[in-house]
Design a protein around this ligand. Structure first.
Ligand SMILES: Nc1ncnc2c1ncn2[C@@H]1O[C@H](COP(=O)(O)OP(=O)(O)OP(=O)(O)O)[C@@H](O)[C@H]1O
Ligand SMILES: [Mg+2]
Length: 271
């Protein structure tokens, strides 16, 4: 239970007492969730302070520029189907439109936003998961589009803003057919550019140690910020042999790329 010292953290008007250790744990959990995904279960006696700690975690997340989806179970909603999922996905409701047709209808009907025959629960779960992944694979960057595009496509300077990339060389500006080489997490990758529509979209891919990765990046300017979306798919033997680990690695690499790009692009320019 800790001591009665104040923690200096105020959550929705309540100043927390004696929760320094728990807040530190939460903060390190959020760091690992941000890097490669993580989960925690918090439990305790009624009234011990679980909700208020969750609130503190949510506030830490917002300052770390992450998005929070939340839901709470209540007895009176127990008979309403998918009521928790509805609460959870309400802030990303508009993004349901971006799902492929079958999944889009399944989720809209399940959440009560569309009419039709309710779909199988597995389809609804997969649609919900895909929605969260779609939303998580994008980031808003408060910087001019040209600056974001330049950082992203100037291969030779990648190691200067992404410490996960140790080496990167391209012979010239990226255009369809150009080849560049880079190293990350011990993988030496040779990528070929398949398509470029500067400064909106770039598609590159290529084999690395038996894995074929194809990455598409899109950049859209909206309300003064740049929305970056990414799609990546990997194929090949190592992926099939070790599917879950490869998926985790893939998600981690996308997330960290986006965070690096945002950090670099939003940094004040030094003149
Ligand atoms: N560390 C703390 N410092 C100050 N006030 C606290 C602290 N922890 C909890 N409280 C206060 O105690 C009350 C109960 O806390 P909270 O609602 O978070 O408990 P809970 O564990 O979620 O309860 P339940 O099991 O009923 O959901 C709230 O009014 C909250 O503001
Ligand atoms: Mg509670």
């Amino acid at each position: 239970m800790g001591t009665n010292r104040r923690c200096g953290v105020t959550v929705t008007g309540v100043e927390l007492s004696g929760r320094r250790a728990e807040l530190e744990q939460l903060s390190s959990f959020l760091g690992s969730a941000r890097r490669h995904g993580d989960a925690r279960l918090m439990r305790g006696e009624p009234g011990v302070g679980k909700s208020v700690l969750m609130g503190a975690a949510a506030e830490l997340v917002v300052t770390a520029d992450m998005r929070v989806l939340r839901a709470s179970g209540s007895e009176f909603e127990a008979d309403i189907s998918y009521s928790c999922l509805n609460q959870l996905l309400l802030p990303v409701n508009a993004d349901i439109e971006r799902l492929p047709p079958g999944l889009r209808e399944a989720l809209s009907v399940a959440l009560g936003f569309g009419v039709g025959t309710p779909a199988d629960a597995l389809l609804v779960c997969n649609a919900a998961l895909l929605l969260v992944k779609v939303v998580a694979a994008e980031v808003e960057i408060a910087a001019p589009l040209q600056r974001v595009w330049h950082l992203h496509t100037d291969v030779n300077s990648w190691p200067s803003w992404q410490s996960d990339i140790t080496e990167a060389t391209a012979d010239g500006p990226l255009e369809a057919g150009s080849v560049f080489r880079w190293s990350t997490f011990g993988l030496d990758i040779t990528s070929t550019v398949h398509a470029v529509e500067a400064p909106q979209r770039i598609l590159w891919g290529g084999p690395a140690h038996g894995i074929t990765g194809v990455h598409q990046w899109t950049f859209t300017e909206r309300n003064g910020v740049v929305l970056v979306e990414t799609e990546e798919s990997w194929d090949g033997e190592p992926v099939l042999a070790d599917l879950e680990n490869m998926r985790a690695a893939l998600n981690a690499s996308l997330t960290s790329w986006l965070i690096y790009l945002k950090t670099a692009a939003e940094q004040p320019l030094i003149h």
